[in-house]
Design a protein around this ligand. Structure first.
Ligand SMILES: Nc1ncnc2c1ncn2[C@@H]1O[C@H](COP(=O)(O)OP(=O)(O)OP(=O)(O)O)[C@@H](O)[C@H]1O
Ligand SMILES: [Mg+2]
Length: 329
């Protein structure tokens, strides 16, 4: 399996990784300094640490890591990595997201909870670009990305994982990782013309990165196994590793612990905490409140397409409106 492999049909579901056409500026080829990817998080960690403290330096670090000539963010909003304002989308009369607003600080894991149909997955899709909002704004790293397509958003380091695992069952685990990076050099006709040496260097780099991730996640032994043969929990890990191959700055995780047995849940939770400590920012949909308690630094509660409450889990539990709408809903 190489970058020239067919892009599996997952593109239709808006996968930010394998379905992304090469666009000439491969994320993998430009793992910018400050990109807090797994294992290479020194700069990212420092940035996140500062950011968590809510200082102006966080905004600077964020802008730099974006790898863009970021406009100076407005004072006061400087520390936020993601700002969602009055986000809306409607499907055939259903207001799936009906004016959601929240802010995500860098270097933390924020939980997104709420009853079935609250609009959690749709919110992640709107942020990641797989659905277009009918109203509102998404600002990421100081840049307005509202309605930008998945591959553009992914190239900025904002990657979504799926509620249902999206691994390619007929590819091995290693192959799943190698095809997960947007805009690989070998994937375009032009780069094919430039010759093998051009993309071989990148392939080697990807292989090194994939091997390191497999080792970090304790799945080296499964590298050559078909992904379809893995347990539900291992598939979740592959899903997370696939997202990490793109060296994201922020992950949008849609129920990464769903259908996972307790011991692997524990392991995934630990991996997420480690990634957070290395500087990765995460917004994570999760149903089980005990897991949210363990994993998340703060929580956003959605109901009927809106944000009902935000804050530490302790406060959320004491909020009667939330208890009525969600905990007992
Ligand atoms: N493509 C779509 N077409 C029509 N309706 C949709 C579409 N996507 C979502 N919806 C509707 O929007 C609402 C919110 O859905 P969403 O999947 O975001 O909820 P959720 O909070 O993720 O729920 P769950 O916890 O069950 O995953 C639901 O009523 C759903 O049926
Ligand atoms: Mg959902």
């Amino acid at each position: 399996m190489t970058a020239a492999a067919p892009q599996p049909g997952e593109a239709a579901t808006g996968t930010p990784a394998a379905g992304t056409p090469a666009a000439g500026t491969p994320a993998a080829g430009t793992p910018a300094a400050g990109t807090p990817a797994a294992g290479t998080a020194a700069a990212g960690t420092a940035a996140a640490g500062t950011a968590a403290a809510g200082t102006a330096a966080a905004g600077t670090a964020t802008g730099t890591a974006a790898g863009t000539a970021a406009e100076p963010a407005a004072a006061g909003a400087a520390a936020a990595l993601l700002e969602v304002s009055d986000l809306r989308v409607e499907f055939a009369g259903v207001h799936a997201v009906a004016g959601a607003s929240f802010v995500i600080m860098p270097g933390v894991i924020t939980g997104l909870i709420g009853p079935n149909g609250a609009g959690k997955s749709t919110t992640l899709k709107l942020i990641a670009g797989s659905e277009r909002p009918t109203g509102g704004r998404v600002v990421y790293g100081g840049q307005d990305i509202t309605g930008h397509p998945v591959h553009q958003v992914a190239r900025r380091g904002l990657i979504r994982t799926f509620q249902l695992s999206s691994e390619f069952a007929r590819l091995t685990v290693l192959e799943n990782l190698l095809v997960a990076v947007p805009g690989q050099r070998g994937a375009s006709f032009l780069s094919a013309l430039r010759g093998k040496r051009y993309w071989r260097a990148q392939q080697e780099e990807l292989l090194t990165r994939a091997s390191a991730l497999l080792a970090e996640f304790g799945l080296t032994h499964a590298a050559d196994q078909y992904a379809g043969e893995l347990s539900g929990g291992q598939k979740r890990l592959v899903e997370i590793m696939r997202a990490l191959m793109a060296q994201p700055r922020m992950l949008l995780l849609d129920e990464p612990l769903a259908g996972v047995n307790p011991s692997l849940r524990e392991a995934i939770t630990e991996h997420l905490a480690r990634l957070r400590d290395e500087g990765l920012t995460m917004l994570m949909v999760e149903h089980e409140l005990a897991a949210v308690d363990r994993c998340c630094d703060s929580v956003i509660v959605m109901a009927a397409g809106r944000v009902l409450a935000e804050g530490p889990m302790q406060e959320i539990r004491a909020n009667k409106e939330v208890v009525d709408a969600y905990l007992l809903g």
